[in-house]
Design a binder for this molecule. Structure first.
Ligand code: AHR
Length: 624
């Protein structure tokens, strides 16, 4: 293949092209990225959180009681906060009884690491209660212990630290009562001290780091469907997710579990800042997910018009919470949470895959116009509606064009063949209309093994077409991002994990290579092949981008053919440094594992380059 770059035809493209979409799906938040190790810490689990109303999924879930005639009852009289109404009452006739929490599939601890334990307690018929707090393992016995005295008859928080003496994946938290008595407990918590960037109420360090290593330019959160709920009562309300943990309002997660809201808007904003990504919160357009009401007693249709004023007010308050001065009502709350400086919010998504009905249009228009008026500095991202093969996004785009919505969110989950055959998807998009945010996409195969090298290369190939169309496609994010093994409601995902391991897929490395090699100037190229077959032409693609800051040039080359391809690259007098960093991701198409290999080669050697069969190659040329 002869590849000729055309620097004279360079054009500016989006500097936000690749980012991530974090949805609380697949135990992504509680039991996942949120580092809390105690499951059902607030005793708020409820059968309705689970599909088919599982009666075992209740306030006792994940808790065990040990001790003769000891009882654990759930009460709701005078709770710590009305948003968190249930708590446990322990009646202990004999010293030595204990309550244990089994965590999310066990608690994983590491030798020598410190864990922060805390609980809220009040004594009910005794003057004191001596507690011994332990980490215990069935295999290895007691791994850590420390003592605590409860002396208050009103709700009070007590805390201690534990250092584990061994690695264990099966640990439990045990609270042993040192004397008889009756005591209420709530908000029982155990965090590793070593959270991501050492944040309090923080994130799991290994998982957060793996996500940060993608170098995403933005983070869309907290969902998709999760943000919209499966009925208006289940729409995610950001105000329920901030402030002291006991005052946050837990909710049913429409994916079939419980949201503590411990990972809430403050933590999302903080995470974005910590990884250098722009926050992109998604707010329901006044209608639930795809305007449906499939479970949980949600109401069909949209938020009543009489309540839309308050609903819009809440969105405006979010902007104040993120960006407002510390003297404003909501800016003050941000400062009290520990972040007086603004979070620099620039984007808000309104809507997600909504059916473009009158109910939607009316509410979206109201929200859009109100935000445009009160906060013209915020870029609103609208929705194109659901995409099914054979249909298009016409109705969603009509609203966007009428209102001049700056960016529209499109989604599609397709086969690798679809991505290979649709690289021209955006070539003919009208550049005078809204820009595009490809908010969700993934290439997958039917059956059990849904991703492999081939699906990942199809994504790499398609991303080349997004760079080429980076003047109209502003942003793109693979979906879903993370999934906990054994608790996955949506497959495939970019990163799998369990309590001790993080397992990036091959597609992860594709995202990372784009994140690490992004540019805001696109330099077109022509690819001349000796074959005339269309199918051959579709399986080889190339792009060149330039990082405006460093002047570095980055070339991406995908070869999805079953044979290697010899290329000759003509840089057309562009000034290149002497050496080039070359990264290659390759293997057999059905491989489930492959990692990129990076070497430094002379720039001269890149002029005649062999692209292995089934490969993604990235060349990074330092500016001269
Ligand atoms: O990414 C998983 C789901 O797919 C999202 O919640 C939704 O927007 C889409 O249907």
């Amino acid at each position: 293949a002869r590849i000729t770059f055309q620097p004279d035809k360079a054009k500016p493209i989006s500097n936000m092209l690749t980012g991530i979409f974090f949805e609380d799906l697949n135990y992504a938040a509680d039991g996942g990225l949120y580092a809390e190790l105690i499951q059902n810490r607030d005793f708020e689990y409820h059968p309705r959180d689970k599909e088919y109303h599982d009666p075992n999924w209740n306030s006792h879930y994940a808790w065990l009681l040990k001790g003769e005639r000891a009882t654990l009852k759930i009460d709701s009289v005078s709770p710590i906060h009305p948003n968190n109404p249930h708590y446990a009452v322990l009646d202990i006739p004999h010293a030595g009884a204990s309550i244990l929490n089994t965590g999310f599939d066990g608690i994983a601890v590491k030798k020598g690491e410190t864990y922060d334990f805390s609980l809220s307690a009040k004594l009910l018929n005794t003057k004191k209660m001596n507690l011994e707090v332990r980490l215990v393992s069935d295999q290895q016995g007691i791994l850590a212990k420390s003592t605590l005295n409860i002396t208050s008859s009103t709700w009070k928080t007590a805390a201690l630290t534990l250092v584990s003496s061994a690695d264990a994946a099966d640990a439990k938290l045990e609270i042993v009562m040192g004397n008889p008595g009756r005591m209420a407990i709530d908000m029982v918590s155990l965090f590793p001290k070593n959270t991501f960037k050492g944040r309090k109420n923080g994130l799991r360090a290994d998982l957060a780091q793996t996500i940060g290593d993608i170098h995403p330019r933005f983070v869309r959160f907290p969902g998709g469907c999760l943000a919209h709920g499966d009925g208006i009562a289940n729409i995610y309300k950001w105000k329920n997710s901030i402030g002291p943990l006991a005052a946050r309002k837990p909710d049913r997660n429409l994916w079939g579990y419980h949201q503590t809201m411990g990972l809430g808007y403050y933590e999302y904003f903080q995470f974005c800042e910590d990884i250098g990504a722009a926050p992109v919160p998604v707010i329901a357009a006044g209608v639930p997910c795809q305007n449906s009401a499939t479970g949980g007693g949600g109401q069909q249709g949209g938020i009543p018009m009489s309540e839309m004023g308050q609903y819009i007010h809440d969105i405006v308050d979010l902007i104040e919470y993120a960006n407002g001065d510390v003297k404003t009502e909501w800016g003050k709350k941000r400062a009290e949470a520990g972040h007086p400086k603004p979070f620099n919010l620039k984007y808000i998504g309104i809507g997600n895959e909504d059916q473009i009905t009158e109910v939607f249009a009316e509410r979206f228009t109201m929200i859009y116009k109100a935000l445009k008026k009160s906060h013209p500095e915020i870029t609103v991202i609208g929705t194109a509606g659901p995409f099914f093969e054979g249909t298009d996004y016409e109705a969603g785009w009509q609203i966007a064009s009428t209102l001049n919505v700056p960016i529209i969110d499109e989604h599609y989950y397709q086969s690798p063949g679809w991505f290979i055959n649709n690289q021209n998807f955006y070539d003919s998009y009208d550049r005078s209309k809204s820009k595009v945010y490809l908010g969700e996409y993934a290439a997958s195969l039917p059956g059990g093994n849904r991703t492999n090298l081939e699906t990942s290369l199809a994504e790499a190939l398609y991303l080349i077409s997004l760079e080429r169309n980076g003047d109209v496609v502003s942003m793109a994010s693979y979906a879903p991002l993370i999934a906990k093994e054994g608790h996955t409601q949506w497959d495939p995902d970019l990163i799998y994990f369990n309590n001790t391991e993080v397992k990036p897929t091959i597609g992860y490395f594709v995202q990372q290579l784009y994140g690490q090699n992004a540019g805001e100037v696109y330099i077109p190229s022509t690819v001349a092949l000796s074959s005339n077959q269309e199918s051959v032409h579709k399986r080889i693609a190339c792009s060149m981008v330039k990082d405006a800051k460093t002047g570095d040039l980055m070339v991406k080359l995908v070869n999805l053919l079953p044979v290697s391809v010899n290329t000759s690259l003509d840089f057309n007098q562009q000034q290149l440094g002497k050496n080039t960093v070359k990264t290659v991701l390759t293997g057999n198409p059905a491989d489930k594992k492959a990692v990129p290999v990076t070497t430094t080669i002379s720039t001269d050697a890149t002029r005649k380059l062999e692209l292995p069969a089934y490969s993604f190659t990235v060349l990074r040329f330092k500016a001269k």
